[in-house]
Write a protein that binds this ligand. Structure first.
Ligand code: THU
Length: 144
């Protein structure tokens, strides 16, 4: 799994290059590892009207779910201001954490916050979203 994270971080860094962020100039990339080994990447996509902005993590999730994937192992996230040479960790926003809990087991899903391929920290979704409200609260399986 450890070496997977390096590959996953590389893909997140590559996705970050596609970031459309002319307003904040904060560029984010994510790479989402599905249970079957496939990877879906995403970047943040901003909008002149601001509110429709989509985070990198949600772009990756929505791409994956729209392709039929429902089970996931991990997501790598990288973010920072355009032009920054070294990246600090970019933690997912609350809305993205809520999207994660819709599809992921909070005890098992791993969130990899990275500065580069050698510098990262791994959290479970539960650590980032304790006592979250998810499909189980509605007695749904999330697999309808
Ligand atoms: N952003 C993400 O894409 N993911 C995060 O985890 C934090 C924030 C984006 C949204 C917006 O385009 C920019 O970063 C500044 O908030």
């Amino acid at each position: 799994m450890e070496e997977n994270f390096e590959k996953l971080i590389e893909l997140a860094l590559k996705a970050r290059e596609k970031s459309y962020s002319p307003y904040s100039h904060f560029k984010v990339g994510a790479a989402l590892l599905a249970e079957d080994g496939s990877v879906y990447s995403g970047c943040n996509i901003e909008n002149a009207s601001y509110a429709p902005t989509n985070c990198a993590e949600r772009t990756a999730f929505f791409k994956a779910v729209s392709e039929g994937k429902r089970e996931f192992k991990a997501i790598a996230i990288v973010g920072g201001m355009a032009g920054e040479t070294s990246l600090s960790y970019c933690a997912p926003c609350g809305v993205c954490r809520q999207v994660m809990i819709e599809f992921c087991d909070p005890e098992r899903f791993q969130v990899v916050l990275a500065g580069n391929v050698k510098d990262y920290q791994v959290y479970t979704l539960k650590e980032l979203l304790p006592m979250g409200f998810g499909p189980d609260n509605l007695n749904e399986t999330g697999k309808e």
